[in-house]
Design a protein around this ligand. Structure first.
Ligand SMILES: Cc1ncc(C[n+]2csc(CCOP(=O)(O)OP(=O)(O)O)c2C)c(N)n1
Length: 540
């Protein structure tokens, strides 16, 4: 077997059936063998950044390792922003990148690939020799899972046509859902929880799957505690009694008093950054019990009173066990008054606007989109001014159905994530909400990939004809905002030219017409909603 065939076979033997990428000198034969000899599926991206982002989106919704491949030099440097995003988002993925011939000192595509990869925070593995390739790949796959970040496997082009005797090496993924059954930290945590009069349970993105969700709800019931989530776990407790929704700067008016008055947050798999803690407001008068599988996360952003290293489900059940053993009573924090407040709240209560007849309002528009897109969707949001409203008004159903793509603060990453999410979604539709700037930066490049891959994708462009986030800054300083405004082409026509279906929306009636096309969609559709940049509310 040739080395390029052995790499493809090693991928398949490790359960990889889908790979995203863009071919060149150093990976084209490997990709060919993956598809032709091994029956794998290859999604050809239009830009290497897109390939990595697709692998990130795929990994997020499927809980598998995302796999992408690119060739050397400029192909690798094209992935730098996406790799950094993957590192910050803590997503397990492997990037198989080719490398130029070692002897060819003057190859114009040569670059210090290891240094490029390491500069993003991703891990680096070298395919050392043809004989070690199975082990080297298994190491990259194992590290991606354990270290929860992208790992690049550097494949020298020199090897690809060499003969090798293939030996399978399957990456071992141990069950990481450990708990610490006894410790001083655990005793402290239980002491704090037992003493809490107004406890709230906060779930983050680390609470994945129904087992963990159900265990947290059992603890909530036992403690009589309301539940909340971080933004990244948005919608995890949808429909559950005493669900406060998102905890942080995006909290609703119905939830905010409860979150402030609470004397104890019991958090699971949540980062507790300044947004979740509402710039520190939520810390006052509170004790924090933080549970996380990763010890590095505990106390990373704020002081915590007790930190427990452990799996969300098992630790929650352990808390219940000890509360029962000590015959601790429930807190009675869930009362009729709170129930009435939460039941009586409607999303419109927090929206300070009166519908206008002369201009479409982003909030009105997003509320209609929220109702019209099937509820089992995966929601992907790009970055920009619009996102403050999208995060409030577009519902999701937990961390595997919601992808915020701004872990590195970059705009333009949403489309790549969305195409990968559509691949890994098991048939669920994907809703991408993006700004016009983000769409022109990264969306345009990969919308046609979505068309070729027949993604079930609905794109809503909040098109204020501007970099809204910059527009508002010029306005605040009473400066002319011209540098931030754009005369983009007609995006509906662009979407149609790229092989999808485009809809141009200026009024509520146009919007209804576009939304009416959703049930009959037969491929990617793009709804270009024209907004006034002066009427899009700032994020804060
Ligand atoms: C890669 C990158 N380039 C530039 C920026 C700076 N930036 C932040 S928001 C923004 C405007 C985005 O415009 P748009 O997508 O139309 O969304 P809007 O702010 O108008 O809602 C820009 C340019 C960034 N965050 N990332």
């Amino acid at each position: 077997m040739k080395v390029h065939q052995a790499i493809a076979k090693a991928l398949r033997d490790n359960g990889v059936d889908t790979m995203f990428g863009l071919i060149g000198d150093a990976n084209l034969y490997m990709v060919d063998s993956f598809v032709r000899d091994c029956g794998g599926s290859f999604v050809a991206a239009a830009n290497e950044a897109g390939a990595v982002l697709m692998a990130l989106g795929y990994a997020t919704v499927s809980d598998k390792i995302g796999i992408a491949t690119v060739t050397h030099g400029p192909a690798l440097t094209n992935t730098v922003t996406a790799l950094t995003e993957g590192v910050r988002a803590r997503i397990p993925m492997v990037l198989l990148c080719g490398d130029t011939r070692v002897v060819d000192r003057d190859s114009f595509q040569k670059i210090a690939q290891r240094e490029v990869v390491l500069s993003t925070g991703a891990g680096f593995e070298q395919l050392r020799t043809p004989e070690t390739l199975s082990q080297d790949l298994a190491t990259a796959l194992r590290r991606a899972v354990i270290e929860r970040r992208p790992i690049a496997l550097n494949m020298p082009i020199d090897f690809q046509w060499e003969e090798v005797e293939y030996q399978p090496w399957i990456a071992e993924h141990r069950d990481q859902r450990s708990i610490v059954p006894e410790s001083e930290d655990l005793d402290n945590a239980i002491g704090i929880i037992a003493a809490a009069r107004r406890p709230v349970i906060v779930a983050g993105r680390g609470v994945r799957g129904p087992e963990a969700r159900d265990a947290l709800l059992r603890l909530a019931e036992r403690l009589d505690a309301p539940v909340a989530t971080t933004l990244k776990a948005k919608g995890l407790f949808d429909g559950v009694p005493f669900d406060l929704g998102v905890c942080g700067t995006l909290s609703t008016s119905a939830a905010i008093d409860t979150l402030i008055e609470s004397d104890c947050f019991i958090t699971f798999g949540a980062g507790l950054n300044k947004y979740t803690l509402s710039d520190g407001t939520f810390l006052k008068g509170k004790r924090i019990v933080q549970v996380d599988l990763n010890p590095a996360q505990i106390g990373h952003y704020c002081r915590v009173d007790a930190g427990v290293v452990g799996d969300a489900a098992r630790t929650a059940d352990l808390f219940v066990h000890w509360l029962d053993a000590a015959e601790i009573e429930g807190s009675k924090y869930r009362d009729a008054e709170l129930q009435a407040r939460l039941d009586g709240w409607s999303v419109r209560d927090d929206l300070d606007f009166t519908p206008r007849s002369d201009a479409l309002d982003i909030r009105e528009m997003l509320m209609r989109v929220n109702e019209a897109v099937p509820a089992d969707r995966i929601v992907v949001t790009d970055g920009g001014q619009f996102v403050g409203q999208a995060w409030r008004l577009i519902d999701a159903t937990g961390p595997q159905s919601f992808i915020s793509t701004v872990n590195f603060g970059s705009i333009g990453l949403g489309m790549g994530y969305a195409v990968g999410a559509a691949r890994g979604s098991g048939g669920r539709p994907v809703l991408l909400v993006t700004g016009d700037g983000g769409f022109m930066l990264g969306g345009l490049t990969e919308f046609n990939t979505a068309v070729r891959d027949k993604s079930d994708l609905i794109v809503v462009v909040c098109n204020d004809g501007a970099y809204g986030a910059e527009h508002v800054q010029f306005r605040r300083k009473e400066m002319a905002p011209g540098l931030s405004t754009f005369n983009w082409p007609d995006l509906a026509a662009v979407a149609t030219a790229l092989g999808g279906r485009g809809y141009s929306v200026r009024t509520l009636a146009d919007l209804e017409e576009a939304l009416a096309a959703i049930p009959g969609r037969d491929g990617p559709m793009l709804i270009d909603v024209k907004l006034d940049p002066d009427l899009v509310p700032p994020i804060h």
